[in-house]
Design a protein around this ligand. Structure first.
Ligand SMILES: Cc1ncc(COP(=O)(O)O)c(C=O)c1O
Length: 385
């Protein structure tokens, strides 16, 4: 059996000729920076995210940094963000000189628990960066309510959730700014690094455009210190091709996820599957960047999750742990002196989560094989549970 966690080579076999054509056209155009491809992509992306403006940048981390800068968040400011996310979310806060303030998650959603926000707000708090982790919208409606009450900015880390919706509204369009990553493994992935910011605010859009290009609006007139963080024409050409496939890819991800739900149902005493309908016609849409299960904490010393991941791998099935160490436990953030017991759910998630293969190029039979293998491992090694 060979079912990797992701198979970008297979994706390229299916749609590669259109991508190669778009790249070749760009190479032949002689125009490589901030040209027609970027402009077209920004227009298409704005529509896809219910936003008036989309601005392409070099990667998702830069998008977060630029979003913070555009909102004048820097030294002396605190920014609330989940302790269970990819490090870039908190790195960006550090990179602008502000202090990340970690908040625990809700284990049912893996997203920040809005009930914990108000206790963390201080006079220095200037913003919240919620994450729509794994492609599931966080409680952004409640977060917006709280942010409004405390006059806080909201930057949505939408890196994993392009196309997701809450109550009919696209993630990334609730807060001041949404940040996207097109890292190759994302639901919409470039063939290299790329990212974008989305906003409905014209002034912010102008400032972001300036910041991505050395702080200049007029060439060689630098209004402020900015970045070299432009989206490449070649990557934009690729993203333009792939963006058209995104709706059908989402439908396929949802079909696969529904099949996992059916096949894993009778294992519910050992594992927890995402509690969702996975229907893209409903008002709230999870885009399944990851299909992440939890393997319940074992009574024995052996970590059941690690054991299962290992056994899957021996059977040719890929899986991934997003993320094995919560941010409050990472060396890079040890200077914050976080108290681990303040993040019980992040700690549990880090020990129990396992993401299974889910991507449009998979077939239903692949999901059957992964599910059967999981069942076999859990039945055989039941003494571990
Ligand atoms: C939640 C989250 N935030 C931020 C990023 C950073 O994006 P990039 O890798 O494009 O810098 C990523 C992806 O890598 C991510 O998953």
């Amino acid at each position: 059996m060979h079912i990797p966690i992701l198979n970008l080579k297979k994706q390229h076999e299916l749609i590669g000729s259109a991508i190669e054509g778009a790249v070749l056209n760009t190479l032949r155009s002689g125009n490589y920076i901030l040209g027609q491809n970027v402009e077209t992509f920004e227009e298409k992306l704005a529509k896809a995210t219910d936003c008036k403006y989309a601005i392409g940048v070099a990667n998702g981390t830069d998008a977060l940094v630029i979003a913070l800068r555009a909102l004048d968040i820097g030294p002396g400011c605190e920014v609330i963000t989940p302790s269970f996310t990819f490090a870039a979310t908190a790195e960006a806060i550090n990179l602008v000189g502000a202090v990340p303030v970690f908040i625990d998650i809700d284990l049912n959603t893996f997203n920040l628990d809005p009930n914990l926000i108000e206790a963390l707000v201080t006079p220095k708090t200037k913003a919240i960066i919620p994450v729509h982790l794994y492609g599931k919208p966080c409680a952004i409606d409640r977060i917006m309510e709280i942010a409004k009450r405390h006059k806080l900015h909201v930057i949505e880390d939408n890196a994993q959730a392009l196309g997701a919706r809450l109550n009919g509204k696209a993630t990334g369009s609730f807060g001041d700014i949404g940040c996207l990553s097109f890292y190759p493994t994302k639901n919409l992935g470039a063939c290299g690094d790329a990212g974008a910011l989305t906003t409905n605010n014209l002034e912010l859009a102008k400032r972001i455009k300036k910041l991505r290009a050395h702080g200049m609006e007029k060439r060689y007139y630098h209004d402020e210190v900015g970045y070299n963080s432009r989206l490449d024409e070649i990557q934009a050409a690729i993203l333009n091709v792939k963006l058209d496939y995104l709706p059908q890819w989402l439908t396929k991800r949802q079909i696969l996820a529904r099949h996992y739900q059916t096949r894993l149902k009778d294992l519910s005493s050992h594992l927890i599957v995402p509690n969702e309908d996975f229907d893209n016609t409903s008002q709230s849409v999870h885009v399944l960047h990851q299909y992440t299960i939890r393997l319940k904490k074992p009574k024995s010393q052996t970590n059941l999750r690690d054991h299962v991941a290992n056994q899957l791998s021996q059977n040719g099935i890929g899986s991934m742990i997003y993320y094995p160490i919560p941010l409050h436990e990472q060396k890079a953030f040890s200077y914050l002196n976080s108290v681990s017991s303040n993040f019980p759910n992040s700690n549990i998630a880090a020990c129990e989560v396992l993401s299974l293969p889910i991507y449009p190029e998979l077939e239903i039979t692949d999901i059957d094989n992964v599910s059967d293998c999981l069942k076999q491992i859990l039945t055989r090694d039941l003494s571990l549970v």
